[in-house]
Ligand binder design. Structure first.
Ligand SMILES: CCC/C=C/C(=O)SCCNC(=O)CCNC(=O)[C@H](O)C(C)(C)COP(=O)([O-])OP(=O)([O-])OC[C@H]1O[C@@H](n2cnc3c(N)ncnc32)[C@H](O)[C@@H]1OP(=O)([O-])[O-]
Length: 296
């Protein structure tokens, strides 16, 4: 089958069974593929007005989007492409209604030895998500467990469907979270709650996760992706330079003292005055018109 025919089938799949992209958004969907061909474990499209939102949908339904090495590599490739595409201002990562991702692929890693994990530097390819400079939003329906919860936490904003469930059940497998679960969870919700989740392996419903501060907002299951794309579209309409600088500042808040963080933020703010987008944004306000940012 030709790549074009395969592409058509995948687009149709995206439109009909996957992520409830409504007609307005679907009209903008364009298929993206790797340099070497079509993805096996994910669907990647550009959506929103002018294709300004990159949408990555994890698509390994039989294994509840378990994060095998191939899937994680594909997410990395897609992020490279979307990061390099100047027409994309924000990225959304989602799964299916049943599962965002049920964790790292247990079957794939069950027989690994310590020397293999150490020499391969197992999980190093997961880090790509957290190094993306454009805003990344997670739209979580269903299970976000283990590495799935960690993947969501690598994103900048987490939105959840009403029936989403978060958890770090690695302890039940005789291990512990390995791609940031203990660290990001503790920073997000504090020691006691994080410890409870990590040590019990219990699943936390979306409503509870929202109260703890892990989730920013909850939407009905069938509206989650649409609503997340809408917010991503709004973010994508900002200056990409200002977005990246603001994201850097918020992330620095996790890594440094308040004094250092305030200093860094002030310097980044000063830096904005070197951009055309600052001139355009402020002129647009004064002239009572919409800003037309050029990311310069
Ligand atoms: C690496 C960095 C550190 C991260 C570590 C981790 O994430 S450790 C992981 C932490 N995560 C966990 O411990 C969660 C493990 N998963 C579960 O506990 C349950 O699947 C469930 C509660 C999510 C859903 O229950 P349910 O009764 O609705 O569904 P079901 O159970 O019938 O599953 C359907 C199919 O999906 C398959 N599959 C699912 N997950 C995985 C996986 N992670 N792997 C592989 N396969 C997985 C499952 O085997 C089955 O396939 P089969 O056998 O029919 O060919």
């Amino acid at each position: 089958m030709s790549a074009r025919a395969l592409g058509k089938i995948i687009i149709q799949k995206v439109l009909t069974e996957n992520v409830h992209i409504k007609h307005k958004l679907a009209a903008n969907v364009r298929l993206l593929s790797t340099p070497s061909g079509i993805y096996e474990y994910i669907n990647v499209t550009k959506t929103g007005s002018n294709g300004s939102v990159g949408l990555i949908q994890l698509n390994r339904p039989k294994a509840l989007n378990a994060l095998c090495n191939g899937l994680v590599n594909e997410v990395g490739q897609a992020l490279d492409i979307l990061e390099a595409d100047s027409s994309v201002g924000a990225i959304v990562i989602t799964g299916s209604e049943k599962a965002f991702a049920a964790g790292a692929d247990i079957k794939e890693m069950a027989n690994k030895t310590y020397s293999e994990t150490y020499s391969e530097n197992f999980t190093q390819n997961w880090a790509r998500v957290s190094t993306v400079r454009k805003p990344v939003l997670a739209a979580v329906n269903g299970f976000a467990l283990g590495g799935g919860c960690e993947l969501a936490m690598m994103c900048d904003i987490i939105y959840a469907g009403e029936t989403a469930k978060f958890g770090q059940p690695e302890i039940l497998l005789g291990v512990l979270p390995g791609v940031g679960g203990t660290q990001r969870l503790t920073r997000a919700i504090g020691k006691s709650k994080a410890m409870e989740i990590v040590l019990t392996g219990n699943q936390v419903p979306a409503q509870e996760a929202e109260k703890m501060g892990l989730v920013s907002k909850i939407f009905p299951v069938d509206q989650l992706v649409n609503e997340t794309v809408k917010i991503a579209e709004k973010i994508a309409s900002n200056s990409q330079l200002a977005n990246a600088a603001a994201k850097e500042c918020v992330n620095v808040a996790f890594e440094t003292t308040l004094t250092e963080g305030l200093h860094f933020e002030k310097r980044m703010f000063h830096g904005c005055f070197a951009t055309k987008d600052q001139k355009e944004g402020m002129a647009a306000f004064i002239e009572k018109r919409k800003a037309n940012f050029t990311n310069e």
